[in-house]
Design a protein around this ligand. Structure first.
Ligand code: HEM
Length: 584
């Protein structure tokens, strides 16, 4: 499906009122305002020359008091009217820009800083609306006859078009040159430097060209072996070797650490031990903790001014410390590898070595130092939290579906009965184990929004109920692929709330939509699947995963409480209490 680009045909006025493009904002230079301004300037001049300084703070001149009491409210009223006027004009402008699509109407849009900072609720969609309102939204789609809606602000934020249609999503993420990633939407990833996730055009091609060779079959083969060994370190390090049953109050702690060590070891050729403290150059905070704090406070980091970190507020101080620990870790890793390579070490093909080698070459595919740090950060961040959140969801789903878990166990015992059988070639035969991870990723897609801006006027096709409607989208319009909506769209995934791993049996890699599509699909797709398959296969071979209830909780109560997704930087399940029971 290819979007037809070109001039936008004139909009046909429909039931919505049209805003005139020639409207001017109410001018602040009206008579009352001018009067107040002249008076204030004159009074201030008089006060400057005749009155002591305290008069400026406490007006004692009776006439001044009178005038101020009259003019401040009227100035405020004027400002309020100007504000409301501009918002009304903007609202209709935005409605026209987004093709008068029905949808979300709120004070602040979900992807504005204000909207994203406030929780999802009746009056604020917030970051979690895609999950919390997924069923309700489908009712709204059905009512409006479309899988593509708009989000318009009454007060704050940019308008956007959201889609849960696969056909529209494909046009947005795969049409070359017509859409790009705006720095307003990728800014949180740019703090460390330019990176593959945020880049566009030639810069994106250059980064992708440098990094892609690190994602090869030989990488996945060693990844499988390394991930298996990290899993064994986890079992020993957590003291499970002698136990028949282990209660894990929150699996996120384990999956996060596992995925972080895997990306550092296999992705960056920088092995870390299960005791992550040794990876930090700080005694106060481990590297794992630092990354966790950074990832969960990205919006705070974006809005806090630099001086705020000097305030005696623990959360702010921890955030600053976490930034420092992460920066030190990356600098140290880059410096060590540079030294190894310049001392004549055999060139490696991990992500870091490839980037360093390119930074030392001149030419079209060279990376600057800040690009090197920016790409290191994005790979570390994107390369572990996404997988960890999905693994948490998979554990929960396995605990709720013991029969399917037994099928997974049977498959692993058939394909990989011994440690020697744990090879990459064999792992691809574990279709039930892989499908369990993919189905967890469908229900809880960690990359939950794929955001683009239109680089030119373009027409989106297949938008309506029978996918026959076309929507002209003007240049500059923001579009969001709602990956939660898409993966819960009953047209694409019948019975979307049900756990049905068989949906993913023998599906080609390009059809794994949770990793996006086309040239900009996730570079770490196979990496994530390989490490997750290894984790789940090793786990299910020796252990049965059960729900861990507290205080007489029923299975239904446990499910309602813990199988809820939450969107922060990524989307998924962050708290997952499970019990492991050793298989006979
Ligand atoms: C379950 C695990 C994962 C999921 C669901 C996932 C999902 C996604 C999605 C949907 C995108 C496209 C985002 C967009 O277009 O805005 C993406 C891009 C990306 N992912 Fe992943 N990802 C996962 C794991 C990983 C891993 C393990 C790595 C690194 C080793 C990684 C690195 C990246 C990078 C660098 C990009 C940007 C690629 C580009 O723009 O060329 N991801 N991912």
């Amino acid at each position: 499906m290819k979007a037809t680009s070109g001039r936008v045909p004139p909009m046909t006025p429909n039931s919505m009122p049209q805003a005139s493009d020639t409207w001017t904002y109410p001018s602040p230079s009206n008579a009352a305002h001018q009067h107040g301004q002249t008076y204030c300037t004159q009074t201030a001049k008089r006060l400057e020359t005749t009155a002591p300084f305290s008069l400026l703070l406490v007006p004692q001149h009776p006439q001044l008091e009178k005038m101020l009491s009259l003019d401040i409210p009227s100035a405020l009223l004027t400002a309020l009217l100007v504000f409301i006027g501009t918002r009304i004009v903007n609202y209709f402008k935005f409605a026209k820009q987004t093709g008068y699509l029905p949808g979300l109407r709120s004070l602040a849009t979900p992807i504005s800083v204000l909207g994203a900072s406030l929780p999802t609720g009746r009056f604020n969609p917030g970051l979690n609306w895609q999950w919390q309102w997924r069923k309700h939204v489908y009712e709204a789609y059905a009512r409006h006859g479309t899988e593509t809606i708009s989000s318009l602000p009454y007060l704050f934020g940019e308008p956007a078009i959201y889609t849960s249609s696969l056909e529209v999503a494909r046009q947005i993420v795969s049409t070359r040159g017509s859409f790009y990633k705006h720095t307003e939407t990728t800014g949180i990833t740019l703090e460390w430097g330019p990176n593959l996730f945020a880049a566009n055009g030639d810069e994106w091609k250059r980064f992708r060209r440098v990094i892609t060779p690190a994602f090869s079959s030989s990488t996945y083969a060693s990844l499988l072996t390394e991930a298996a060994s990290i899993f064994d370190q986890m079992v020993a390090g957590e003291g499970w070797l002698t136990k028949d049953s282990v209660d894990i109050p929150n699996s996120d702690f384990l999956t996060n650490k596992f995925a972080l060590i895997v990306i550092a070891t296999s992705g960056f050729g920088h092995p870390l031990s299960w005791n992550l403290k040794s990876a930090s150059l700080s005694d106060e905070m481990s590297f794992g903790e630092a990354l966790h704090i950074r990832l969960h406070n990205l919006i705070l980091r974006l809005i806090l001014p630099q001086w705020a970190y000097w305030l005696p507020i623990k959360k702010f101080r921890d955030l600053e410390k976490a930034t420092q620990v992460t920066q030190d870790f990356m600098n140290d890793m880059i410096r060590t590898r540079r030294e190894e390579l310049s001392a004549g070490a055999v060139p490696k093909t991990d992500i870091l070595s490839l980037m360093i080698q390119s930074s030392e070459n001149e030419g079209r595919f060279s990376m600057t130092d800040s690009e090197l740090v920016g790409n290191t950060a994005i790979m570390l961040f994107a390369g572990h939290e996404t997988t960890a959140l999905t693994l948490n969801a998979a554990l929960g789903l396995m605990a709720l579906h013991p029969d399917f878990q037994d099928e997974m166990h049977h498959e692993v015992m058939t394909v990989m009965p011994t440690e020697a059988d744990f090879t990459f070639a064999n792992s691809s035969k574990l279709r039930k184990t892989q499908a369990c991870f993919l189905e967890a990723s469908r229900i809880y897609p960690s990359g939950f929004m794929w955001i683009r801006d239109a680089a030119e006027d373009i027409v989106l096709e297949h938008v309506g109920p029978n996918r026959d409607q076309r929507i002209p989208v003007p240049k500059g319009t923001r579009l969001v692929v709602d990956s939660i909506g898409l993966h819960h769209n009953p047209r694409l995934f019948p019975d979307p709330e049900a756990f049905k791993p068989e949906r993913w049996y023998d599906v080609s890699e390009n059809a794994l939509t949770m990793f996006s599509m086309g040239a900009r699909a996730c570079i770490g797709r196979r990496f994530a699947i390989t490490e997750a398959t290894c984790f789940l296969a090793k786990l299910v071979r020796d252990w049965r995963v059960e729900i861990l209830t507290r205080g007489g909780e029923s299975k239904a109560q446990w499910e309602a409480k813990y199988m809820e997704g939450r969107a922060v930087t990524n989307f998924g399940i962050a708290e997952m209490p499970v019990r492991l029971v050793r298989r006979a």
